[in-house]
Design a protein around this ligand. Structure first.
Ligand code: ADP
Ligand code: ADP
Length: 236
């Protein structure tokens, strides 16, 4: 069984009288321990797809399984619990808490979601701080660091709970070449060390070429092959 399975996913949004079909019968399987990317133009459905895999939104039809759990039928509370236990998120806007230090932002999920004991929290926070090269900036607030550094903090925060799946919407958008590479290297390291699975959207050729699996998405459909069977070019 695959780590993530989408079976006949459709998503319709209704805005006034206008219906938008953001996803059309998407079926795809994602294997554990891969860097998997969805590549497509703006409006093609990437964010909607990531939100559905991340239990932030529900499909209009179809079934979603993540780490063996049917997630599209979970209630709000169960979905929140599932996210805390199994998933990490890297948001495009970073979503860092302005009044907390870099250290405290990264510690936050351990404190609020998984209730990790203090000694282990410190160990884990320091480990991911080192991994993203931000240990020497740990006492600064988000407004005292650059955009690329904020992104590294956001990545560290997504990884600190050691989630099975990390979801990221354009994780290297607005990053310079070196920083984008550091983010990718970090993902590969987590993949190789812990078998973490990364699912992300991107336009960025620097990151596409490092992905294990690339799925094209266009107008809510997987672009290559028969989307009902399996989309994508396997670069593994
Ligand atoms: P991408 O991430 O590839 O830019 P999105 O998933 O954000 O694509 O959007 C896919 C389509 O669904 C677009 O046509 C977009 O306008 C529409 N859409 C996305 N979110 C909403 C929403 N909350 N309400 C109405 N339409 C939406
Ligand atoms: P507790 O109060 O539960 O014993 P700690 O002693 O680990 O927790 O830390 C207290 C608080 O101090 C933490 O919640 C964290 O915000 C901050 N803190 C801990 N270690 C560091 C560190 N190395 N650098 C910066 N802040 C830290």
């Amino acid at each position: 069984m695959s780590l993530i399975e989408l079976d006949g996913i459709s998503k319709k949004y209704l805005t006034g009288q206008v219906e938008t079909e953001a996803l059309k019968q998407i079926s795809v399987s994602i294997e554990k321990g891969k860097l998997v990317t969805f590549v497509g133009p703006s409006g093609s459905g990437k964010t909607t797809l990531l939100n559905i895999i991340g239990c932030m939104d529900k499909p209009s039809s179809g079934e979603v399984r993540v780490t063996g759990t049917r997630v599209d039928t979970l209630g709000k509370k169960e979905a929140a619990h599932f996210r805390g236990e199994h998933l990490g998120f890297i948001f495009q806007s970073f979503n860092l808490i302005p009044v907390l230090s870099v250290y405290e932002n990264i510690e936050y999920p351990l404190l609020m979601i998984t209730r990790t004991p203090a000694a282990e929290r410190r160990e884990r926070v320091m480990a991911v701080l080192e991994a993203v090269g931000m240990a020497d900036q740990k006492d600064k607030r988000p407004d005292q660091i650059s955009g690329g550094q904020k992104q590294r903090v956001a990545v560290a925060r997504a990884l600190v709970t050691n989630p099975e799946v990390v979801l990221a919407d354009e994780p290297t958008a607005n990053l310079d070449h070196d920083t984008a590479h550091k983010i990718i290297d970090l993902m590969k390291k987590m993949r190789d060390t812990y078998g973490t699975t990364f699912v992300f959207s991107t336009h960025d050729p620097r990151i596409v070429e490092h992905a294990d699996v690339v799925h094209g998405i266009e107008d809510g459909m997987l672009r290559d092959g028969n989307p009902l069977v399996q989309g994508g070019n396997d670069h593994a």
